[in-house]
Structure formats: C-alpha cells, structure tokens
Design a protein around this ligand. Structure first.
Ligand SMILES: NC(=O)c1ccc[n+]([C@@H]2O[C@H](COP(=O)([O-])OP(=O)(O)OC[C@H]3O[C@@H](n4cnc5c(N)ncnc54)[C@H](OP(=O)(O)O)[C@@H]3O)[C@@H](O)[C@H]2O)c1
Length: 328
C-alpha cells in the first residue's frame, strides 16, 4: 500500500495563483505524453507518486491526452483509486476540453454541448465527483464567447469543477473573455500558456493582460519538449520523444541550430551550478504572473532533477543579458 512521504511539503515552493486563494507548486506534472495506453502503467504510477512525494500537488490532464484520447485520464484515475484516494484533498487536479475527442459536430471546440459532455466524461474516467480546475483548451472562432463562458459557469454551478481556466487564447481574446467573465462575476483562475526560452510569445502582451486581471499563468512546454535539456546533445537517441511516435516532436525538429543554441545555454547553466533543464525552468519562473510550470517527463529521475531548479531561481542582469544574446 502506498504511503505518501511525510516530508513531501518540506522542499516545495508554493505561490498564489493570480489574485486567488489557490497556491500552486513551483512544478506541476503534465500527463500529455507517457500516460496513454501505449505507456507503462508502472512507470506512470512511479512518476505520479514520486512527484506527489516531493510536494507536486497539481496534475494537469485533458480529455484528449493519451493516446488514445481519454487514456491518460483513465491512467490517472486508476492511480487515484489505487493509491491517492486518501490524499484527494491534497491534490489539485485539472482537465480540459476543446480539442477533438469524439466524432461529429459536438466532439471539439467551445460549445456548451461539447464542454459539459466532455467534463462529465472526464469525471467518469478519473473516478471523481469534481475536478479542481476545468479549462477551455483553445479559443473557438465560431462559438460566441458568451456560450463558452456560460458552459464554464454551468460546470462550476453543478459542482463539477471548483475553478475554471482558459488555454491558448491570444492577448486580445484573453482581454475579451476575462472582461466578459468579470461582468458575470466569474473569476478565471489561470491561463495555461506555452512559454519557454524558445517560445516567448506571451511576453508581447498576454502576461500584462493577465496581471491586470489578477489571473495566474501556468506555463507549459518550458523545456521545449526536451530541446531545452541535454537530451539531444549527442543526437536523437531511442527512447526520446523525438525518436518516438509523438506527432508534436520529430527528428527533423531537432535541428543543428537548436542543439547548438541549447549547448551555449548549457554553458551559462553550468556556471550557475545547474543543468540546462533546471535553468530553463528557473528562467520561465522569473516572470510574473507565472504561478506554476507544468513539466512533462518520461521517468521519475527527470522530475526529481527538474525540481532542483528551485535551488537557484534568481538571475543577475549579466546572466539575463548573456541568455538574451544567445537567444537573439
Ligand atoms: N494547454 C495546452 O495546449 C498544452 C499543450 C501541450 C502541453 N501542455 C501541458 O504541458 C505539459 C508539458 O508538456 P511537454 O511534456 O511537451 O513539455 P516539456 O516539459 O517542455 O517537455 C517534457 C519532455 O522533456 C524531456 N525532459 C524533461 N525533463 C528532462 C530532463 N531533466 N532531462 C532530459 N530530458 C527531460 C522529456 O522527454 P523524453 O520523453 O525525451 O524523455 C519530457 O517528456 C503537458 O503534459 C501538458 O500537461 C498543455
């Protein structure tokens, strides 16, 4: 029987998510890759429980995570039932809907029909009465914002989610949705944004919109799927994401230029006494309103290594300038 490590809260930093009551851990665990039907349950369980033993309380899911879609939620539901049920109130469990999950006109985007059904299906797979956070996964250009907001509100009012969030909305769309939600008295807890040394889009306006509205940011892909680690320093090896079946990172995307940049960044990290992965995470954390970094992992050792990023999150001006110079 699993018993959580009694020291699990000793080493983790928690910060407030925007202007809310919710504290989120420095690192959260995302279950996008390596938790589907084709992944080892033993390894998935080891990562989830090992992360929780280190104070990772936020687990990030979506209806489409797998493959096949839904299987990451099933996997997490199995771990919850077998091991984490006594710790439910210590966990912050999020899921999302918006990408295609089932065939036909109601299986994706932002209609009330899609979001309410998807949330119900997620709860069944997870074996939960409610999730802590339910996200609209991507903006829908064809559904009125009001309908999407009404769906999120209905989900909260029905007790199926405690908080709501959005993901992948641009700055103008975010301004519009947050303003409309505020007018209805609904608080958006968090915006889940792609952000890393290689993907700096949110700096151009989105972060300031979130700050103005008191909404936190959960940054994802802070390691650029492994490109901001030493994973590809000696080529694309078997077992890595780029060598596998992921539709989102393939061998061609591991370019000589990206690897050369990563190696130069690695030299700065070494002087800071960190691995490149640790520095890449710490660097994302320097920006307000980032409240948590959602990392992916294929094994527990990556999670425990990455958590050591917390040991040095401060950057001096000279380090920041050198990093800028390398990224230019
Ligand atoms: N809202 C959205 O639209 C959206 C989209 C994408 C992701 N997300 C969320 O963000 C989470 C993270 O995404 P991600 O997995 O693509 O991001 P990531 O954290 O940038 O990349 C994770 C990958 O990097 C490698 N890695 C991690 N730590 C390492 C280390 N210490 N040394 C060497 N390699 C290391 C592993 O690859 P290997 O497999 O090669 O070991 C791991 O699978 C997802 O699980 C999901 O929850 C959200």
């Amino acid at each position: 029987m699993y018993l959580a490590d009694e020291t699990r809260y000793d080493g983790m930093q928690y910060q407030r998510c925007g202007e809310s009551g919710v504290m989120l851990p420095f690192l959260s665990l995302g279950l996008w890759h390596n938790f589907g039907e084709d992944s080892s349950y033993t390894n998935a369980r080891e990562m989830v429980l090992g992360a929780f033993d280190k104070g990772v309380t936020y687990f990030d899911l979506a209806n489409n995570y797998g493959p096949p879609p839904g299987s990451a939620e099933e996997c997490f539901g199995r771990i919850l039932k077998a091991d984490l049920a006594p710790y439910r109130d210590e966990l912050f469990i999020a899921t999302k809907a918006g990408y295609r999950h089932w065939p036909g006109p109601y299986g994706e985007w932002g209609s009330k029909k899609n979001l309410v059904a998807s949330c119900d299906n997620s709860l069944k797979r997870l074996g939960l009465d409610y999730v802590d956070l339910f996200y609209h996964h991507r903006p829908d250009p064809n559904t009125p914002l009001e309908e999407t907001i009404e769906a999120l509100e209905a989900i909260v009012r029905a007790g199926k989610a405690l908080y709501v969030g959005i993901s992948n909305y641009g700055p103008e769309q975010t301004e519009a949705v947050l303003t409309a939600m505020e007018a209805k008295g609904i608080h958006c807890l968090v915006h889940q944004v792609r952000y890393s040394m290689f993907e700096r889009g949110p700096e151009a306006g989105l972060f300031s919109v979130l700050e103005r509205h008191g909404v936190g940011a959960a940054a994802y892909m802070c390691l650029a799927q492994g490109l901001l680690t030493d994973r590809y320093f000696d080529g694309v090896k078997e077992g890595s994401r780029a060598a596998g079946k992921s539709a989102f990172l393939n061998r061609d995307q591991v370019t000589a230029e990206k690897v050369a940049t990563a190696k130069r960044l690695n030299a700065v990290a070494a002087e800071r006494g960190q691995s490149l992965a640790q520095m890449a995470l710490a660097w994302c954390f320097r920006v307000r309103p980032v409240s948590t970094l959602i990392m992916g992992a294929s094994r527990l050792s990556q999670i425990t290594d990455n958590l050591k990023a917390m040991e040095n999150t401060a950057f001096c001006e000279e380090e920041l300038e050198r990093i800028e110079e390398i990224l230019r």
